[in-house]
Design a protein around this ligand. Structure first.
Ligand code: NAD
Ligand code: TYD
Length: 337
């Protein structure tokens, strides 16, 4: 039996990971530690919250006493750290909390992993730590880190700390660097759920700049299966890129969503670009594909269809998470662009 501490498990990817583990690996026990920021919602866990092998704890990953207490009380053998401030646009407005959670929070977890000699520490990182690509090439695990935004700089700092704890104290770690995730339960500040939400409400879709920036899109369930493989099969100290083999421009994504919803392309509105906007991300995922025999289970078109259908069928979830705080962020960020 594995006894996991999953952090950020009331957020988008962490919540999908917790659901997958509880459903597909019922011999695991999961403690889910989440601060429930604007991005964390217990409504995303409604179907699994009361499972006997799941315990939710509201708290901060920067609280070392709480983390130690959880590890001791539940005999935890591995930490999977999803908890983060995750939105690039918010990091441009208010970088400090990104340092607190993404850097100091990761440090706090690492110290506990070291002191309690845990079997594994898995850090969920991002391809954004590599910076931006030109029209050619892909990120490999050897690409030097060159983050562009306060968000990606905080994630790169955390990656360095994780490696340093492995090197200096022998913490058995892995780092995963994935591309842009999409799928059920994603907070509507990110491109795909924002476009779906706005299109469903016949609102304009704000596309930054010329909309020709490229992202690689990874269906969240496929990301979760990759993290599980890393946790259970990877040798310690290894770093893995995880990608969906689906590069698209933002305009292509917006048009595919409008077409599926039967809405006009005239809803697309080009707005002032994001400061420091990375032009292109692309992932070479051959290491995890070859070494751990992982592969994405859906194409982008299949995953996007599932995602749009999920948002259409779960408008109450969407209505519940769109708080006054989100409306105020949206108005401030997008007005006058
Ligand atoms: P999210 O914003 O949806 O969820 C983050 C969760 O962390 C929330 O539930 C929030 O309440 C919790 N949290 C925030 N600060 C905390 C703290 N101090 N203590 C405890 N909990 C805290 O994020 P996500 O999209 O699910 O991303 C999960 C991880 O994956 C992050 O580390 C992110 O950097 C990484 N990532 C995300 C993407 C993506 O496309 N979403 C891509 C690459 C990497
Ligand atoms: P986002 O979902 O914020 O992820 P990231 O910045 O981490 O890649 O944005 C994905 C792409 O969509 C990125 O190129 C910025 C762009 N974008 C828009 O054009 N308009 C928007 O309103 C948002 C939120 C993003």
């Amino acid at each position: 039996m594995r006894r996991l501490l999953v952090t950020g498990g009331a957020g988008f990817i962490g919540g999908n990971f917790v659901r997958m583990v509880l459903s597909e690996h019922p011999d695991c026990f999961v403690v889910n530690l989440d601060k429930l920021t604007y991005a964390g919602n217990l409504g995303s866990l409604a179907d699994v919250l009361e499972r006997a092998n799941h315990k939710f704890v509201k708290g901060d990953i920067c609280d070392s006493r709480l983390v130690e207490q959880i590890v001791d009380e539940h005999n935890i053998d591995a930490i999977v750290n999803f908890a983060a401030e995750s939105h690039v646009d918010r990091s441009i407005n208010e970088p400090k909390v990104f340092i607190e959670t993404n850097v100091t929070g990761t440090l706090t977890l690492l110290q506990v992993a070291r002191d309690k000699n845990l079997e594994r520490f898995v850090q969920i990182s991002t391809d954004e730590v590599y910076g931006a690509l030109g029209p050619e090439g892909k990120f490999t695990e050897q690409t030097p880190l060159s983050p562009s935004s306060p968000y990606s700089a905080s994630k790169a700092a955390a990656d360095h700390l994780v490696r340093a704890f492995g090197h200096t104290y022998g913490v058995r770690f892995n780092i995963t660097r994935c591309s842009n995730n999409y799928g059920p339960y994603q907070f509507p500040e990110k491109l795909i759920p924002l476009v779906i939400n706005n299109a469903l409400n016949d609102k304009d879709l704000p596309v930054y700049g010329d909309g020709l920036q490229v992202r690689d899109w990874l269906y969240v369930y496929d990301h979760c299966t990759a993290v599980w493989k890393v946790l259970t099969e990877a040798p310690p100290g290894e770093i893995y890129n995880i990608g969906g083999c689906s590069e698209k421009t933002n305009l292509e994504v917006a048009k595919l969503i409008l077409d599926r919803l039967g809405k006009p392309h005239s809803l697309i509105k080009h707005v002032t670009d994001r400061p420091g906007h990375d032009r292109r991300y692309a992932i070479d995922a051959s290491k995890i594909i070859n070494q751990l025999n992982w592969a994405p289970s859906v194409t982008f078109e299949q995953g996007l269809k599932k995602t749009i259908d999920w948002y259409r069928d779960n408008h109450q979830w969407l209505a519940n998470v769109v708080s006054a705080e989100y409306r105020s962020f949206y108005d401030t960020w997008y007005s006058g662009r």
